[in-house]
Design a protein around this ligand. Structure first.
Ligand code: NAD
Length: 294
């Protein structure tokens, strides 16, 4: 039987994700505050709903892809808890703070819903192509229900643990990514100042112990390694402002549990300064430009 999915939040990421669900045969009832985003979802095969509650009404599962924790909490409390049918599965794919993820999942359980946090790795291109990676927090039973829905939008669906574990994996991963990008950028700049050719350094470090994804798959220098946003003047890719959002979430989570994350803290400061200088729209690898100047 065709499963009905309510989908709330049809922006850069949610638009492609909802389109993939519709293309894979789910009946998708979509809602966004933006009429343009809603119209694009309808053109991609979704049915427009007049509100979040209307999108959720009677649906087997409701997917949210919203900017931050406050949006998720308000949509859950003001629309889904009253509007969704008893026992429906609530899947939040937004990147939000671990504490809010656990809070709303607990409230959902109290009201008789199953809930998972399922943030994604992969940007807009992966959302459009249906090749996202989902890291999922929730019970075994909730994960089993979410898995086929998420698999229709991604290439990997991994059960991270209980509620909040998906967000924990996401912030820890992206803190590592932000810090490793800064470290990769400064290593290239040091090598160059020491008179080394950048491509030659790439050839050496990418098969040596300094190898990491930020270097081999996403090199911050144009013309070195595979094609990356650096080759497009740092346009497209993953915006520095979104990296800053994730780094801030990592620092909030670290403070909550008393974890010492000095490299994450320094990366957060550097991306804060970069965004304050008006560069937040550039790909996050453009941080090399700030280090070059400094
Ligand atoms: P976006 O701003 O493009 O989309 C968010 C959408 O939510 C907007 O269309 C907005 O109108 C809608 N919205 C906000 N409040 C709403 C409400 N109350 N009811 C209905 N709709 C509402 O953001 P995005 O880039 O699609 O990111 C969504 C989430 O995915 C964020 O949490 C982000 O951190 C995460 N994420 C983004 C990327 C990326 O590359 N863009 C990658 C991984 C994860």
């Amino acid at each position: 039987m065709t499963q009905t999915i309510g989908f709330i939040g049809l922006g850069n990421m949610g638009g492609g994700m909802a389109a993939n669900l519709a293309a894979k045969g789910f009946a998708v009832r979509a809602f966004d505050l933006s009429a343009d985003a809603l119209a694009r979802a309808v053109a991609a095969g979704c049915v427009a709903a007049g509100s979040a509650a209307e999108a959720a009404a009677g649906a087997d599962a409701v997917v949210t892809m919203l900017p931050a924790g406050a949006h998720v909490a308000s949509v859950y409390r003001e629309s889904l808890f009253a509007g969704a049918r008893a026992g429906a599965l609530l899947i939040d794919c937004s990147t939000i703070d671990v504490a809010t993820a656990r809070q709303v999942a607990g409230e959902a359980a109290d009201k008789g819903f199953a809930a998972v946090d399922a943030p994604v790795s992969g940007g807009i291109a992966a959302a459009n192509a249906g090749t996202l990676t989902f890291m999922v927090g929730g019970s075994d039973a909730a994960f089993s229900r979410a898995q086929p829905i998420l698999a229709a939008m991604g290439k990997a669906v991994i059960h991270a643990g209980d509620s909040g574990a998906g967000q924990a994996a996401k912030v820890a991963n992206n803190m590592l990514l932000g810090a490793s990008m800064v470290a990769t950028a400064e290593a290239f700049l040091l090598a160059q100042k020491l008179g080394l050719d950048a491509q030659r350094f790439f050839d050496i470090a990418s098969v040596s112990s300094g190898q990491c994804w930020s270097m081999t798959s996403y090199c911050p220098l144009p013309g070195v390694g595979p094609e990356t946003p650096a080759d497009r003047d740092y346009h497209g890719g993953f915006a520095a402002a979104l990296m800053l959002k994730d780094l801030r979430l990592s620092q909030q989570a670290a403070a909550d549990v008393g974890a010492d994350t000095p490299m994450g803290a320094r990366a957060t400061e550097l991306y804060e300064a970069f965004a304050a200088a008006g560069q937040g729209g550039l790909d996050f690898s453009a941080i090399i430009k700030a280090l070059k100047q400094g």
